[in-house]
Structure formats: C-alpha cells, structure tokens
Ligand binder design. Structure first.
Ligand SMILES: Nc1ncnc2c1ncn2[C@@H]1O[C@H](COP(=O)(O)OP(=O)(O)OP(=O)(O)O)[C@@H](O)[C@H]1O
Ligand SMILES: [Mg+2]
Length: 226
C-alpha cells in the first residue's frame, strides 16, 4: 500500500509533526497506518507510548539503519498507508526510503534559508526517481504558517512564489502554527480526542488537518494513476 515519506535535510521544519497529523487523519477515516520512526530521537515512538494512540496506527521504531527497505516492505504488506519519518539530514537511509516511496513530502517553513535546504531535498527526490527509473511524485508542504493568508509575511510569500516559479508541486493546504499540533506530542492521542480545555483553536486545527490530509490523498491518487 502507498508509502509516504517525510523528507528534509533541514532539522525542525515540521516533518514529524506533519507525519503525525497525516497519520491521525488517515486513521480517523478508518484506514490502518504504520508509521516508521526513522529518527534516532524516536519522537513518534514516544508519542505511541502515551495514552490515546488509535489502535489502527502502529509505530515501528527503525533502529537498524540498514534495514529500512525490509521494514517498509513488511509494513506496506499489512497497512493501508505507510508513513516514514526521517531525521533531518541526508543519509543512505533516506535514499533507501525514497526508493520504496509513492510520495515524498518536503515540509518548508517560510524563510529563504528553508527554501534553499528544501531545494536540496527536491534534488535528492529527483535523483531517487532517476535511480529507480520511475519518477517519485513529491510536494512541498508549508508548515507553521500564520493561520490567515492575509497575515503571511513577505518572506513566506516570496518562498511560495519561488516554488511556483521553479515548478515545485505544493500541497494546497498549508499547516498553520497551532498549539493543538504541538499538543499531539505533549498530550498524546489525536486532535479528535483533545478538548478545548487542553488547547485553543481546536476546531480550526482539526479543519486544517482534515483539509491537509485530503490534499495529500488527492496528490497520492494523481501520482498512483500517472
Ligand atoms: N504546524 C505546527 N504548529 C505548531 N508547532 C509546530 C508545527 N509544526 C512543527 N511544530 C513545532 O516545531 C518543532 C519542530 O517540529 P518537528 O519536530 O515536527 O520538525 P522535524 O522536521 O521533524 O524536526 P527534526 O529534523 O528534528 O526531526 C517542534 O517543536 C514542533 O512542535
Ligand atoms: Mg522529526
């Protein structure tokens, strides 16, 4: 079943958060999801150890770097979706994960520096497509944006214009900066069990997450039918 890999050589751009938002939304739609936690800090494994993990999400800590292909192969046979969360640096493990993927998502925060690092990620993805003789669909994901487009700073708008100019596909729904998204890790579980007493603007965060997952599924479908 489809394998979606979160990738960026830059640390802290929102790979793990984006992975978990996507997984919890897919699970809420009734799909089974395996998340492969390929970050030596194991943030998703820690999330899974808290209360509230839906039974249709399994998190597998990827301890042996050399085993990622086998781990993804096993996971795709048992789950509707496989989501791979990589650490924030280029590695053989990242390349191997891309060889097995149907979609690569590259989270970007809105600064020039992020855009430069993301360009490296797009190159790695294109190279993986060349190596396996089958293009790997990919898209940028804008993360931690102001919730309202009207409030987007000039830097962020410039990054978007550059991506568009370079013909880089983008997931139309950006993930806004939301306490609820941080809360996934501090509280555990999903946005659907959180309460307004836990975090603010919960409904907006839920709507944002749902719209984002819908966009990712559309892109995945496009890629699979291409
Ligand atoms: N949409 C968001 N809203 C609020 N906080 C966010 C959002 N996305 C990411 N963050 C916060 O930004 C920080 C970095 O996010 P995250 O750990 O997801 O990035 P990463 O790319 O996986 O980092 P690393 O490269 O270290 O694995 C975390 O503190 C996280 O809570
Ligand atoms: Mg991470």
């Amino acid at each position: 079943m489809p394998v979606i890999t979160m990738l960026s050589p830059k640390g802290g751009v929102g790979k793990t958060t984006t992975a978990l938002i996507l997984a919890t939304e897919l699970a809420a739609r009734g799909s089974t999801v395996v998340m492969i936690d390929a970050d030596p800090n194991f943030p998703l494994t820690r999330w899974a150890q808290k209360d509230g993990r839906p039974s249709n999400i399994e998190v597998i800590p990827q301890i042996d770097e050399d085993e990622i292909i086998g781990t993804i192969d096993d996971a795709r046979k048992q789950a509707d979706y496989v989501i791979v969360d990589l650490e924030g640096k280029a590695s053989a493990r990242a390349t191997n994960a891309l060889m097995m993927s149907h979609l690569a998502l590259v989270p970007i925060q809105g600064s020039e520096l992020d855009a430069v690092e993301a360009a490296r990620a797009f190159k790695v993805v294109r190279n993986a497509g060349t190596a396996r003789q089958r293009p790997l669909p990919f898209a940028a994901v804008l993360t931690r944006t102001p919730a309202s487009v009207r409030l987007w700073p000039r830097d962020l708008k410039a990054v978007v214009a550059n991506l568009e100019g370079a013909g880089i596909p983008m997931i139309p729904t950006a993930l806004a900066e939301r306490g609820a998204f941080r809360g996934l890790f501090s509280i555990g579980g999903t946005l659907h069990e959180m309460t307004a007493a836990d975090v603010g603007s919960l409904d907006s965060a839920r709507q944002n997450a749902t719209a984002f997952a819908y966009d990712v599924l559309s892109m995945l479908k496009e890629g699979l039918s291409a």
